[in-house]
Design a protein around this ligand. Sequence first.
Ligand code: UGA
Length: 443
Amino acid sequence: MKVTVFGIGYVGLVQAAVLAEVGHDVVCVDVDQNKVDNLEKGIIPIYEPGLTPLVKSNFEAGRVVFTTDAEKGVKHGDLVFIAVGTPPDEDGSADLKYVLAVAQTIAMHMQAHKIIINKSTVPVGTADRVTAKVTEVLADLQKSVSFDVVSNPEFLKEGAAVADCMRPDRIILGTSSERSEKKLRELYAPFNRNHDKIIVMDVRSAELTKYAANCMLATKISFMNEIANLAELFGADVENVRKGIGSDPRIGYQFIYPGCGYGGSCFPKDVQALVRSAKGVGYQAKVLEAVEAVNYRQKEKLFDYIMRYYKNDVAGKTIALWGLSFKPNTDDMREASSRVLMEKLWEQGARVQAYDPEAMEETQRIYAGQDRLSLMGTKEAALNGADCLVICTEWQAFRAPDFELIKSKIADPVIFDGRNLFEPALISEYGLHYYGIGRGQSI
Ligand code: UGA
């Protein structure tokens, strides 16, 4: 089928590559010429396991092309995806200017029926606004062309995006048009083989489903972080509590890992956006407000530990930091907990020596000129001359370190672990102090 994807970001690029892989004929449009040039040379703008070979092989086979030519893009696709960003504006609401700009572009160039598919995470009611925008532009141009707007939210996780897209656990189609449903069923048939994963519903419910899913997951995390903080004060170990409650299938083991807060481009933005949209319809989303507040506090947790350990004086200290990205298997630093920690440490006059398997370049870009930050080539090098070790991201490579080496390299025998990677009893055998999240210890 002929497909066009507007926006070559995370969602757009992965979706385009996966659709091309199963044989669809895909044109990707972006306003960024540099991005397009790089993709044509096989340079992929993001780190995502499996994505580079997938994009390259489909580009070489001619199944996916990249262009800044919007007119060509609109002409090509019977199905036109909108996968551009919806950054939060000053009050946390999702900013729809890019989505509506694409809607306008589609309307300007369309000559035949189009199914316009919203893939971006957009507030409830956006499909109606896209419909209104397209209708308005068509009327201005005195064109009479039919179209339909469908909500088809994406549920991929960074670090597992290709696999999630290849084997989705559900495909949500928000449409009341039989014609669109039929076309989208055909588009997704290669991903819908063993059992029917397609759930069809009205547009507004589909839009809300996306927010509800992310907000539910964020709620699980903040809830667990609250229990972790209580465990710490009660002298209980949250890791035991986690296993104890996860064994109830109604709760489940997933997304109840306590830590130094959730980050990334989705949870913080989506929780805030739903809180704001709720306000817009006169409702105070109290649970979600609390989810956000708990997360905000949790991101300061490691800093608070360090300050208490050093009796509020870290000026001149060198902190070794393992893990910068907001989670493993990505170089994404958006809303990463490591940023809150580093920025607070710098304010107090401490230096940070950091290592991350993938996010060093991105960190360098964000904090260019920050002389209290040194990016080190290995996790061991980050320990050289450091006073203590802090862990912010649970990369696999951090799970079984040489504790003897750690102890010999850091001046104070202490590890602050924001991801609960180790057993406290094991660490103490090495003569190291260990502060995890909610492990029954308080400083
Ligand atoms: C999230 C959702 O998981 C996806 O389903 C969704 O499609 C995506 O947002 C999106 O809207 O695009 P992602 O942001 O890539 O995916 O990352 P997650 O794996 O969900 O992790 C988010 C954050 O929560 C990370 O900082 C992670 O460390 C933290 N987390 C996760 C915890 O602190 N505890 C947990 O138990 C799980």
